[in-house]
Design a protein around this ligand. Sequence first.
Ligand code: HEC
Length: 155
Amino acid sequence: MKSGVKIFLAVALIAGGAGVSAHVAMAHGGAKGIVKERMDAMGDLAKTMKQVGGMLRGKVPYDPTEIAQAAERLKQHGGSEMTKLFPDGSLEAPSEAKPEIWANWQKFEAFANDLSEKAGALKAASMDQSAVPAAFGAVGKTCKACHEEFRLKKD
Ligand code: HEC
């Protein structure tokens, strides 16, 4: 019961917080170069989050190995792999990045590092099913925190 509630919260957080499903469905035509690259990377993050979320909701069979792999994938996208996709002032349409990114670079970098850190914790938790929902929720929070601050509001 208790973990059921947690799972629900984690999934609700991802679905609402990261703007996953609706947003990815209308993927950005017309994006080019680095903007397209980072949108693709973000899209892969969203897809990976959905995959894990689906397992926590019982929509697809629960598989700790797949969760560990998904967590590794999320981890790889974070840190400098993410920040290198945001060269100074890269705001070409249809980017939804905010110029504040470059005025607050350290904070932006901290969110990107936090994603890798929380994804690493999810990977570490993957063999303990009772610990996965909270660890997954923590990853989702890093998406939401960065989006709230540095992505134009579309959600
Ligand atoms: C360090 C900050 C940061 C983190 C962490 C982050 N994002 Fe993003 N995300 C952004 C920014 C900025 C944009 C807008 C990029 C643009 O439009 O140029 C974005 C855009 C997106 C998009 C829209 C892509 C598109 O095609 O327009 C999705 C989906 C997304 N993020 C999902 C996620 C998910 C899921 C996570 C967590 C697993 C995550 N993001 C973590 C900053 C972040």
